[in-house]
Write a protein that binds this ligand. Structure first.
Ligand code: P1T
Length: 380
């Protein structure tokens, strides 16, 4: 199947053998009857397995070209499961410009358990090897990065990871498999905040992992069940429904993203625009190689770099909603320094470009003329 068919049918054969319902039922049950101890139909307790979650997990595996999909109660719960593959004393080399909550989980939770994280700029992949030693077990890559929209070369990271026999995990939340398929580029683990584009309607919090290797999948299924950070059947249904329109939504996000990036680039009050589709973007060539298009996430700074100016702009917006999160059909705007990246110390965040005047847009799929008018009046 091609991608646009997989979003609808991938992994969905024989979903409801009982009545043939086209969508899988929401199996709102915690447990399943057994005729004799162990005599069940493949499902015994919903932390371990639930048929609606299984339908979603099969869809996730299909759209990312993987063999195994796992769904969790949030994106951070999915990342938490990956880090639990490690032991005290192990080291991780991670992107330095990444979602603030991922940074907080690494730094404030897992460092306490003796895991060491190196946060580095990965746009020049040749620098990564300087931070790898015999304790390194994982490369954690987010691309495009949140919120600076840096692009990291997944293939180059994969060859480094393979030569040192370490795992490569890619947070594919911003790109989605419509734009980029990390497993095909050599990653071992793909991670999603399914809260975002996969769900697509700002009505659910969920995380996902997709892998190819059977042994790695077994370890992750064990952690999923043992730690128990699973999502419920209702949420599984919602994300499965979201995935069915992923391809047409992202197509429009990309079209609108391009028009807005071009509008912002020519606006006299704007200092810098960060969108990987702009030929002036420093990693535009890598983006062109590993992505099919450039998405609807855009960051920009206002001239003078004043926090008050940026806050005024986001407060003035009428169609864009000032809110955390991204990837829904509706356009959102955020102020990373005080919102998504607030858990990163100011000196650290400024090193990666998250300055006080930075504004992040999640461009939705409304009429683009209305969105541009809204930005015009807010900047005015
Ligand atoms: O919110 P949650 O579903 O737990 O996912 C965490 C996460 C992981 N990775 C990336 C790239 C993310 O963007 C997120 C969540 N991000 C936001 C809430 C945000 O507004 O950026």
């Amino acid at each position: 199947m091609k991608f646009n068919t997989k979003t609808i049918h991938g992994g969905q054969h024989n979903v409801d053998p009982a009545y043939g319902s086209v969508m899988p039922p929401i199996y709102q049950t915690s447990t399943y009857s057994q005729s004799t101890p162990g005599g069940h139909k493949g499902f015994e307790y919903s932390r371990t397995r639930n048929p609606t979650r299984t339908a979603l997990q099969n869809s996730l595996a299909s759209i990312e070209n993987g063999k195994h999909g796992l769904a969790f109660g949030s994106g951070l719960a999915a990342i938490d499961a990956v880090i639990k593959l490690l032991q005290p004393g192990d080291e991780v080399v991670s992107t330095n410009d990444l979602y603030g909550g991922s940074y907080r989980l690494f730094k404030n939770v897992f460092e306490k358990f003796g895991i060491k994280f190196h946060f580095i700029g990965m746009q020049d992949a040749s620098k990564i090897e300087n931070y790898i030693n015999e304790n390194t077990k994982l490369l954690w890559v987010e691309t495009p990065t949140n919120p600076m929209m840096n692009i990291i070369d997944i293939k180059a990271c994969s060859s480094i990871a393979k030569s040192h026999n370490i795992l490569l995990a890619v947070d594919n939340t911003f790109a989605t498999p419509y734009l980029q398929q990390p497993l095909d580029l050599g990653a071992d683990i793909v991670m999603h905040s399914a809260t975002k584009y996969l769900g697509g309607h700002s009505d659910v919090v969920m995380g996902a992992l997709i892998v190819n290797d059977n042994e790695l999948a077994e370890k992750l299924y064990f952690i999923q069940n043992a730690s128990g950070a699973v999502c419920g059947p209702q949420d599984s249904f919602l994300v499965l429904r979201g995935i069915k329109t992923l391809h047409i939504r992202i197509q429009r996000h990309c079209e609108n993203g391009k028009a807005i990036a071009n509008f912002l680039t020519s606006h006299p009050k704007i200092e810098k625009v960060y969108w990987p589709g702009l030929p002036t973007h420093p990693n535009h060539d890598i983006a062109k190689q590993q992505m099919n298009d450039f998405g609807g996430m855009i960051s920009f700074t206002t001239k003078g770099n004043l926090m008050a100016d940026a806050i005024k702009v986001v407060e003035n917006l009428k169609i864009f909603t000032l809110a955390e999160s991204l990837g829904g059909v509706e356009s959102l705007a955020g102020h990373p320094a005080s919102m998504t990246q607030a858990s990163i110390p100011k000196e650290e965040r400024e090193k990666t470009g998250v300055v006080d005047s930075l504004i992040r847009l999640s461009v939705g799929i409304e009429d683009v003329d209305d969105l541009i008018e809204d930005l015009k009046q807010a900047l005015g």
